[in-house]
Design a protein around this ligand. Structure first.
Ligand code: NAD
Ligand code: DAU
Length: 359
């Protein structure tokens, strides 16, 4: 394959958006290493079926032999590492898989990347990049008036998910510092958009509201997240891969802080407009405040000025227009929704929400 990159977790939400965007670049090709867990869906990339520039390998990033052989065979010029267990509530229910994939898996990838990169010729060695995709959750929680997270904010992860991502960031940093592996790390805020698995706030609320089910808002609904449209995240990753300074970290955010209750209300109003209910009862009536997430981070906010200053990146999408597009996407892709709501999904919904009594 020509000018290949290795993407891990490319069948997940952000990974599949990234692969679809990347393949648009002439002459590029992608090897997608994905275990296809409950969160991975090859159908997200069905438009690439039969395309010689795309190869899906079902496998585990913890499998050193597999990772090493993929690198030797396809000689990628970069690794873009998305693969992870990504849902905070699942990390509270069952943390072990998060340690395995996010910590051990990232270690295996870094180690195999180091071996591969060390054996490259001078020009290829200089061009190679390992881009580690991480999260703003590693910085912990902000108070209402605190300054947004910058790249120098101290790490203070609060959930098992955040702690596992923080550990992986530290490993990525250490591989650069110790051996000079050309690592770049990005820490991004909450994404939304097409192909997001409906365990996360926005797609869960869209589908529950559409189907007239209760909308389970944790705690008082005043927790704040900084929302970024997924295509803007992918554009930022491309910019960092192309021009980012080796060994640096870059924060990525949408400048769109919203309280959860505000997001849920916007979804209700959009659906009332785009799919009016027969009885004309506003969907806001479905909002139900439920038992909070243990250790729930109050507020995230990202200072993305470094990325803007050094690489000229800015988010292109406004939250209101991005949310409208996202609601429209779920309405237009109901067969995709049906295909991901498997038995395992329904089991998780039961496990997470049955005990969350209304407040
Ligand atoms: P996701 O859960 O939708 O997808 C994860 C993908 O990784 C799936 O395709 C899954 O099959 C694959 N995977 C899981 N374990 C694997 C393993 N052991 N080996 C190979 N593949 C495996 O996740 P996402 O929301 O697309 O997030 C992607 C990355 O971006 C993660 O590293 C996450 O921490 C980070 N991130 C996510 C957000 C967000 O809002 N979703 C924000 C910032 C950073
Ligand atoms: O900040 C980046 C992170 O954003 C990523 O690293 C994670 O992978 C991603 O899942 C996301 O984490 P959050 O915990 O912020 O996302 P989630 O969609 O699970 O929840 C968003 C907010 O909504 C959070 O405050 C919890 C709340 N919530 C969530 C669900 C699923 C509810 O009130 N009700 C719900 O049913």
């Amino acid at each position: 394959m020509q000018d290949a990159i290795l993407v891990t977790g490319g069948a997940g939400f952000i990974g599949s958006n990234f692969v679809l965007g990347w393949i648009g670049t002439p002459g590029s090709s992608v090897i997608n290493l994905d275990l296809l867990t409950y969160a991975g869906n090859p159908a997200n990339l069905s438009s690439l079926e039969g395309d010689a520039r795309y190869l899906l390998t079902r496998g585990d990033i913890c499998d050193a032999e597999l990772v090493g052989s993929l690198l030797r065979k396809h000689q990628p010029r970069a690794i873009v590492h998305f693969a992870a267990e990504s849902h905070v509530d699942r990390s509270i229910a069952s943390p072990e898989a998060f340690i395995r994939t996010n910590v051990q898996g990232t270690f295996v990838l870094l180690e195999q990347a180091k071996i591969y990169w060390s054996g490259l010729g001078e020009a290829d060695r200089r061009a190679f990049r390992f881009l580690h995709v991480s999260t703003d959750e590693v910085y912990g929680s902000l108070g209402e008036h605190d300054a947004a997270f910058s790249e120098t904010t101290a790490y203070a992860p609060n959930s098992p998910y955040a702690a596992s991502k923080a550990a992986s960031d530290h490993l990525a940093r250490a591989y650069h510092h110790t051996w000079g592996l050309p690592v770049l790390t990005t820490n991004c805020s909450n994404n939304y958009g097409p192909f997001q698995f409906p365990e996360k706030l926005i797609p869960l609320m869209i589908l529950n509201a559409l189907e007239g089910r209760p909308l389970p808002v944790y705690g008082d609904g005043r927790n704040v997240r900084d929302w970024l449209f997924v295509e803007d995240h992918c554009a930022a990753i491309r910019a960092v891969l192309r021009d980012g300074r080796i060994g640096e970290t870059y924060n990525i955010g949408g400048n769109s802080e919203r309280a959860n209750i505000e997001v849920v209300t916007m979804i209700c109003d959009l659906l009332d407009e785009m799919r009016p209910r027969e009885a004309a009862v506003p969907r806001r009536n479905l909002i139900t405040f439920v038992k909070d997430r243990p250790g729930h981070d109050r507020r995230y906010a990202i200072d993305a000025r470094k990325l803007s200053r050094e690489l000229g990146w800015q988010p292109a999408e406004q939250f209101a227009s991005g949310l409208r597009k996202t609601v429209g996407w779920y309405l237009d892709h109901f067969s995709w929704v049906e295909s991901v709501r498997t038995g395992a999904y329904l089991e998780w919904i039961k496990q997470n929400y049955t005990k969350r009594v209304a407040l």
